[in-house]
Write a protein that binds this ligand. Structure first.
Ligand SMILES: [Zn+2]
Length: 426
């Protein structure tokens, strides 16, 4: 075979030369970017270096200072490039395709999507443009073995999706630090691309289904106010997934002691000492957040409470946060849900760093985990019918997505013996 190939190579020498000539003549494919056919130019791409100015770059590219000044002046109205020029941003110079390679256009990209073209070949003018953006709808399913981030990572899905699910969509209904092995999910989401090819990450979640402890949780994205562009998530019965209260006042914590009216502990000689709070153990200095909007009614250091803050949310609800290292808010201050009000410490009666979170309903301390907490903002009656119509086809689509068969049949020996299902990271 090899010998034959050699012979035929010799024989076809002449023909090969001919083929090479054909390749040379072939016109390169047109490549359009920023509204230019790049094949008509010598394209120089770079990023702005630290301390580098627009003028310096043009000067290095054979443009003299009087002209640079003229360019800057004439295009200032459209885009003040000197003012917005920033190190690290990409730029492109289109030069004439001749021996002189003179710059004809300068393109600056202040963001991944936007660009500014400054033309100075014949007349000097500038214009702004936006790269075409494409959203691609995708679906992903998964079964939790360890944590959702691990499951999504194995499927090559961006961590942004984990954050959208854990911190945004399901933040009030599912505690992602306490997922169970076997919990599973399906998500319909959109990926965002610029110029058809540059992947910029997960854009948003259209709908999701999460099965936690065999209980189903649907979430559908819906625009409740098209004027203000308010987007929220609701379940299959049009109930808002957000709650007026966060599930915990600290991120990345673990519950070290629950609300328990019949607790016996060593410190008190094993006598019953009711614990009317929920203790969240977290390292000293961890930020403590207000679990809902409200006004600070107490901020002081006193006895067993140590440094503590109490917030009144409305006529019904109050919350209290004990043993802080330091308080950040004053009495009378209005705080929003998620605002930092202090830091975890060990002040007052406490054996270790934690925040004791207390929840009051009509002046009585209760277990917040046993409460049916109010919805953040219920959907209006007039919108409800529209919403239910809107989600109908999406729910059919979501329900039809099969769970990956492979995931259901994990071989016995690959299942680890880890019975502690609590993971502190998502
Ligand atoms: Zn406590």
């Amino acid at each position: 075979m090899f010998a034959l190939a050699l012979f035929s190579a010799c024989k076809e020498d002449k023909k090969e030369v001919l083929e090479e000539e054909v390749v040379e003549v072939e016109k390169p494919k047109d490549i359009y970017e920023f509204g230019f056919n790049l094949n008509e130019y010598v394209v120089k791409r770079d990023t702005v270096k630290s301390g580098e100015s627009f003028g310096q770059i043009l000067e290095q590219n054979k443009i003299g200072y009087p002209k640079i000044f003229h360019i800057a002046e004439k295009t200032k109205e459209t885009y003040n490039i000197a003012r917005f020029f920033q190190a690290g941003k990409p730029y492109t110079i289109l030069c004439s395709k001749d021996s002189l390679e003179l710059p004809e256009s300068f393109i600056y990209q202040p963001t991944k999507e936007e660009y500014v073209v400054i033309n100075f070949k014949d007349s000097i003018h500038a214009f702004k443009g936006k790269k075409p953006i494409k959203y691609v709808e995708k679906t992903v399913t998964g079964v939790i073995d360890n944590s959702i981030s691990v499951t999504l990572d194995e499927k090559g899905v961006s961590a942004v999706l984990t954050n959208l699910l854990a911190d945004n969509i399901y933040a009030w209904t599912i505690d992602f630090r306490r997922l169970q092995k076997g919990d599973r999910f399906k998500v319909i989401y959109t990926d965002k691309y610029i110029d058809d090819s540059i992947y910029t990450g997960v854009h948003d979640v259209k709908a999701a289904y999460f099965e936690h402890n065999t209980e189903p949780f649907y979430a559908f994205q819906f625009e409740t106010d098209s004027v203000k562009g308010v987007i929220d998530y609701f379940n299959e019965e049009a109930k808002n997934l957000r709650r007026a209260f966060l599930k915990a006042p600290v991120k990345f914590s673990r519950i070290s002691s629950r609300y328990n009216l019949r607790r016996r502990i060593a410190v008190y000689g094993y006598k019953i000492r009711a614990h009317r709070g929920t203790d969240f153990a977290a390292p000293i200095g961890t930020e403590i957040m207000a679990t809902a909007n409200g006004t600070v009614t107490k901020s002081e250091r006193r006895g067993g409470n140590g440094n503590y803050v109490k917030i009144r949310h409305n006529a019904t609800y109050e919350t209290q946060y004990l043993h802080m290292k330091r308080r950040k808010v004053k009495v009378g201050e209005f705080v929003k849900q998620g605002d930092v009000i202090g830091w975890v410490g060990m002040t007052g009666n406490t054996g270790g760093p934690h925040v004791c979170y207390r929840f009051w309903v009509n002046g009585r301390q209760v277990d917040p985990f046993k409460q049916k907490l109010p919805e953040a903002k219920p959907i209006s009656d007039s919108l409800k019918a529209k919403y239910l119509d809107f989600i109908k086809p999406i729910k059919i689509q979501l329900d039809a997505i099969p769970f990956d068969e492979v995931e259901k049949t994990i071989p016995e020996d690959t299942i680890t013996n880890n019975t502690n299902l609590i993971t502190h990271n998502y």
